[in-house]
Design a protein around this ligand. Structure first.
Ligand SMILES: O=CC(=O)O
Length: 321
């Protein structure tokens, strides 16, 4: 057996790229495991790489984590991984902040353009061989409220500013001189009535769970569109469905939903002006490799005793800016 620490890698059946894991293998014993057999693989491990970020296996295996000092999540959101015992423990948690920033910003811009230029309707008309002249909306000058001012929210703000949209942020600390958002407010219900587009990019925490409920949707402009690239649980889905049906807002682009996956027959599938994607707004070709490369970079820091990147504040549930 190799000298040095033990690193357990929890995967969903597909292991991380072996070449990218080489720097880890060279300096540690690496144990790969799927959920089955996870507890045995966790016993005696010094570090855990959660490559399958949607795992539910962690709390059950936790009693076996007798040496763990570091847990790295191969995702931005850590909600699926955090639980009370982990929060209370001395285990340092890090995430993969950064990898998804630009891809998700591109996705948000694509959805805004799709609404403004009514591209889904053009495709429907084309399928029917109908030449039907229509006018479209401009996005330059339209206002956007970005709810969540972390690194993905910032990338969205920069991209939308670049195409001439008027951007504001909503976060925990009010300010008027933010380099990307300009103004950041803290009162969702006060900000919503001014927004043509509302983009939710929040981590899932006690504070954000169900924040978009019937009361919030009442504050939307009737022509506003809602885009969710954060977590489905920040929205009360039934309230969104009711608000869309009542015309309280004009459309929604949802990359995340609650429940997820969206069950067959759910009302959201067939609502007009709803764009659904299967939680893949950030998943550009090559994203898995970047996740592994980010872990290997942090591993080098960990093994050399240097400060880690992207340390999650476990009580907040995200990496503070
Ligand atoms: O949803 C995906 C992530 O949190 O990285």
């Amino acid at each position: 057996m190799k000298e040095g620490p033990i690193v357990t890698v929890l995967h969903d059946g597909t292991r991380p790229d072996a070449q990218l894991m080489r720097p880890v293998r060279e300096r540690a014993e690496v144990r790969y495991t799927a959920a089955d057999g996870f507890a045995e693989a966790l016993r005696g491990a010094d570090a855990l790489f959660v490559y399958d970020f949607q795992t539910t296996a962690l709390p059950g295996a936790w009693p076996a984590a007798d040496r763990l000092s570091w847990l790295h999540v191969g995702a931005t959101g850590v909600d699926t991984v955090l639980f009370d015992e982990l929060v209370a423990s001395d285990v340092t948690v890090t995430n993969t902040r950064g990898v998804f920033d630009t891809p998700i910003a591109e996705y948000v811009l694509a959805q805004i353009l799709s609404f403004a230029k009514d591209l889904p309707e053009s495709q429907r008309l084309q399928r029917d061989h109908r030449w039907c002249h229509r006018e479209s909306e401009r996005i330059a000058g339209a206002s956007v409220l970005i709810v969540g001012t972390g690194s993905i929210g910032r990338a969205i703000a920069r991209l939308l500013r670049a195409v001439g949209m008027r951007v504001r942020g909503l976060g925990r600390r009010p300010r008027t001189d933010d380099p990307d958002f300009g103004t950041v407010g803290t009162d969702l219900h006060a900000e919503l009535p001014d927004a043509d587009y509302v983009v939710a990019v929040t981590p899932l925490t006690a504070h954000t769970r169900n924040m978009f409920d019937a009361r919030a949707f009442t504050a939307f402009k009737p022509h506003a569109r809602f885009i969710n690239v954060g977590r489905g649980e920040s929205v009360v889905t039934d309230d969104l469905v009711a608000a869309l049906r009542a015309g309280a807002l004009a459309g929604a682009a949802l990359d995340v939903v609650d429940p997820e996956p969206l069950p067959p027959g759910h009302a959201l599938w067939d609502l007009p002006n709803v764009h659904l994607t299967p939680h893949n707004s950030g998943d550009f070709v090559g994203w898995r490799r970047e996740i592994v490369a980010a872990f290997a970079d942090n591993f080098r820091k960990w093994i050399d005793g240097r400060p880690l990147d992207n340390v999650v504040d476990k009580r907040l549930g995200y990496v503070p800016a």
